[in-house]
Each structure stands twice: as C-alpha cells, then as structure tokens.
Write a protein of this length. Sequence first.
Lengths: 338, 338
Amino acid sequence: MNTPRKAPTMADVARLAGVSPMTVSRAFKRDSSVSEATRETILKAADEIGYVFDATASNLRSQKTDFVAVTIPSINNANFADTLRGLSEGLKARGLQTLLGYTDYDIQEEERLIEQLLRRRPEAIVVTGGRHTPRARRMLQNAGIPVVETWDLPEAPIGHVVGFSNALAVRGMVDHFVAQGLTRIAFIGGDADRDTRGSDRREGFIAAMRAQGLDPSRLIAAGAPPISMREGAAAMGRLLDTLPDTQAVICVSDLSAFGALTECQRRGIPVPDRIWIAGFGDYEIAEVSVPSLTTINPFPREIGARTAALLLRVMDGQQEGPATLAIHPQLLIRGSSR
Amino acid sequence: MNTPRKAPTMADVARLAGVSPMTVSRAFKRDSSVSEATRETILKAADEIGYVFDATASNLRSQKTDFVAVTIPSINNANFADTLRGLSEGLKARGLQTLLGYTDYDIQEEERLIEQLLRRRPEAIVVTGGRHTPRARRMLQNAGIPVVETWDLPEAPIGHVVGFSNALAVRGMVDHFVAQGLTRIAFIGGDADRDTRGSDRREGFIAAMRAQGLDPSRLIAAGAPPISMREGAAAMGRLLDTLPDTQAVICVSDLSAFGALTECQRRGIPVPDRIWIAGFGDYEIAEVSVPSLTTINPFPREIGARTAALLLRVMDGQQEGPATLAIHPQLLIRGSSR
DNA sequence: CTGAAAGCGCTAACAA
DNA sequence: TTGTTAGCGCTTTCAG
C-alpha cells in the first residue's frame, strides 16, 4: 500500500520517453500541440513508471487551480444536493472541480469556511444565501474572483446572484389558500435566527397574511435548522393542541410538512378534509406521499445549472458586470390541500 | 468585485511588518516559535493589505495538502451524507479537508474520479464499496497513501476497511421474517450490475432464502441506482400484480420501501396486516412514516467517524498494517412488520 | 526566536 | 512541433 521510493515526476517520464519535460507537460494537456506519436510514447512511458500528474505544482506555476469553491448549509439535504449536482455537472464539462464545504446553517461557520476555501485559490466561489458576516462579505469582495450568491435575492449582492425571493414564494402560497376561502392559516418553522431562508419564509408568511387583512400570529417554532420530519411532527402536535381550528398550515420545508402529515395520521385527523398542509422544496416525498403534498418548487437543480453556465460565461469574459438571474418558484397544488 | 492588482504575498507582509518572509510563514502556523509581539504585528500587517495565505504554494513546497479524498456514490443520499459528515467532522479537528467526488454508482466513473483526485495529492483516500475497476485498484495500490474502503467487507481489501457485509445484514432480516412464520418473501431492487451494494443485498436475500429451504425467486427489479421512492412504488405495484400472495417484501433501501408502502396505501392494502415491508438504511422517514418502517441500521455516521479516527491513527504511525473495522448493522423491527 | 539560501514540480515565455 | 530558462510563493534546511 505504501510506495517507499519517491513518486516519479515529469522529468522521469521525459527521460524515459527521450523528450524534454516541457513536451511531457504539453502531452498531458488536451489542446496542446504535440505530435500524436510523441504523445503516445510519453503516455506509455508515464504509465510504465506509474506517473501521476501533480496538480499542486501545476496550480502554483500556472496560477490556476480548476477549483470552484462552494458552500452549502448541509450536504444532507436533497434541495442543496440537487443544486450542487447541477453546478458540478456544468463545471465538470470545463474541467472545473467543486471544492465543497458546508456551514451547518451557521454564518459564523460560513466565515471560517470561506477563509479556508479562499486559501486554496479557487477560480470562483458560490455561496448559499445572501446573509453573511461582515468579515465574510469583505473576504468575498476582495477575493478577486467571481462570487455567486444563490437561493436568495439579496438587496445588496456581493457579485452575481442566482436565486429567488423566499418571502415572495411563500406569499404565493398564502394568496392561493386565501383565494380558496381559507382564513385561519398557520406557519411552522423559521423561528431561529440562524435559519436565514426559513426566517425569510416566515416573514413572507406574516407579510402576506397582513396584506390579506388576516391574523398572522399562528406561528409554530420548530427549532434550529435543519428542521427534521420529526420536528415537523412535533410542531404539528403543538399546533393541533393549541390552535385546533386552524384550516391550513404552511411548513418551512417538505420534510417538516411530511412530519406534520404523519402527526395528523397518527391522530386520525384527515388531510386535507380537516386541515390542509403545504411544504416547500418539492422533495421527492412530496410527490410520493399519500396524500401528496402541496409545495413550492424552487428548481434547485436549475439554480446550480444556471450558476455553472453563468460562471463559464464570466470566465470567458462574455459577461459584463454582475448578473442577477431570477428563478421563479412554482406552486404545486397537490392532494394535501384540496 | 475584481482586484486588478496582484494579490499580496508573504513577502509583501514581511516588508510591511519589518521581518523576513520566513517569520511570516512561521506566524501563520499554529505551533511555530514566534514571539507573541512579532506574530501580532505580522497578522495585523497581513490583515491590513488583505493578505490571504496561499495554500497552493505551501502544498508544493511542503509536499502536504491536508486533503483527504473521498468518493461516494451520490451526494443526494442521507446515508452517504451521514458517513461524509462523520468523516469530515473527525478530520476537521486535525485541519484535514475532505475533497469530495461522487461516482453516480458507476465504477467506470469512479476510476476517472480517483485519477482526478490523486492528482491533487491527497494524504489519504476513502472510497465507498469494495468493487473497483482493475485500473482503479492499481491506482489506489500505487498511490502511496492510506486507502480505506467503506460500506462493504471486500474479500481482498486494498488497504483498510470500515464496513459490513450487505449480504449478511439482509440475511438477518430474512431469518427474522422466517422465524415469525413467513415463507413467501420477496425482494425489491438490486437488479442492475452497477448497484454493487444493492446486488450484494439481493444475493444475500437469495442465499438466506435458500438456506431456509424457501423459494428465493420473488425478485422485483427496480432499475439502476439510485432507486427512488417512485421506483419503489412502481416495483411494489408489479409485485402486487404478479405475486399477490406475497407475505413480506424486503426493499433495497428505506426510500424504495417507503415508495412501496405508499403504493399499498393507494391500493387500500393494509400494511402490515396484509403484507409486511422492510427497508434498509434507517433513514429518518423509516421512523416517521405511518406505519413506521422495519429496517436495518448500518450506522452510516459511525462508518465515517471510525474511518476518520482510523486515518488519524495511521497518519500518526500508531496503526501497524491494514485494519478491518467491522460494523454490525442492527435490525429494527417497526410497525410495517407486525 | 529569527534569517538566508535553495528548491518543491510544474509551465509561461521565448526561442528554434 | 519541440526545447531552454526562469520562477510561481511558499517552507525545508541550516545557520545564527
């Protein structure tokens, strides 16, 4: 398992192939001008001595790392995972590798992470959300590389933006429920300051209810993010105990919405006959559960894909100035609300 | 957003602080011997000119990257995400950063990925599963760094192992069902060659049924991995159509098991009264769903945590020779099977 | 505790 | 198409 002797370098390959190190270097690039015969000899020689290209040296000399740094709140979340897939898929086509870190929904942790990531000299950085510590903002601004904020529409963007308004998305759901004649609507989640997107969604709920002239005070805290199915169930229990006349509940995510649904099932409360439930995110479970869950699809995969495409344009110099790409979340009315 | 002038280097910091670059270098290490006063001056100077430590140069000169490469089949899977969390948490304590890649459950893609990752000169590599292409095996063997295979107990390990036998875990479930008096037991999933763990689980099912003298032919294909809830539901539909007298079904994962459960709910087939359902993985949904799902907990988080601990021992030279750490999956009997 | 010299392995820049 | 020279920004090594 361990190779005792030193790893071979390009110089070793060059010697064996009877060429200069520079030619070996060229042979390992895609588009370089090396004769097919020479390239083959070189690659065979490299294979023979078990040469592995050393990116650390290449990075330093060329001042290019082919890294794109990415911070997401959690790896264990299908929405962010989808964004990451869309992003890394799009970047892979250009030989760019995502350098991932997760913040645990904590902007202090995000600050530490950004500092660590920037040391690796990424060629761009993609962060989730539009709220950061002052020092994190400063580091991003001074990094000298493209910055993209996602999953939000910040008022004062640092650079590029690919996202949507969490508040407005929830307003769409409230307005739909009100149009259906409901008035006693509750919201589960988004109580913790840490949960920036969750808080935005709750604020959006409150603003929308106020705009409709309705009571926005049916708010159930569900703890710090990530809010689990279990916490959704517990929150639903509290809602049913304290405000039993509630007609509909909007949950901060599909996971908590599903938990809420199961709590109703355990208590024998029919959904949607007695109460409507809505989630957020269009996770797979929202489509599969019985009943299926009304939700909002923020197109996580597209956020990633469009971010990748934007970055490629920026790196090609085809993008003048900072771009803000607005994603339009889609309301999906399903079995849990009709 | 873009810094036009070149990024400052240690030399710039040194000049401003009135010391040599070497002293700046020492000031940026934790344990280095620099007087507190000097260190403070240096860090202030660095902050002033917006200096960011350049890991690419450090990596090359010191021949250390503080990277640990990790391959997982998919980021969008709670089990692997948990392993990754346990792993990266454990490594972070020592300043090691995980360099992540995902294989899409494809060992060809894994081969490409391993090659890319090794170019970054990680100090160890952790792969999921024990089946690899011959070239991937060779690259891992010759990499000269610790290698850990996880989520499996390979017959011929490359280096270290932290995992369990997928086949034996499923056998435990089969034996439990048989002990409860069931004989007509089916298996959903694991048909595609690509799905190494899924195939192992199916083979384990077949072997266990044979050992019990029972018919192991109730096998429902569910497509290539990852097998979704939707595919689990479709497979359950086929099972109910073709083998309606089946008494219990073991699914390759909790996600497909939940899909199967919903299909029963849509058809009005009571679970567990008419048919038992079991999954694999102890995902959150298995505990929350109604009824809750009988499953097997393979302790994904522990796999990651123990892998991290093992790697730290190896790097400290406290581990002689390759280790195999066996994880013992736990049978969880829940509402879907009683 | 601090500094000077050298070089990690590759590639930009220039030359042939 | 191929080669030569120099140097990316840090840290090892050795010296004080």
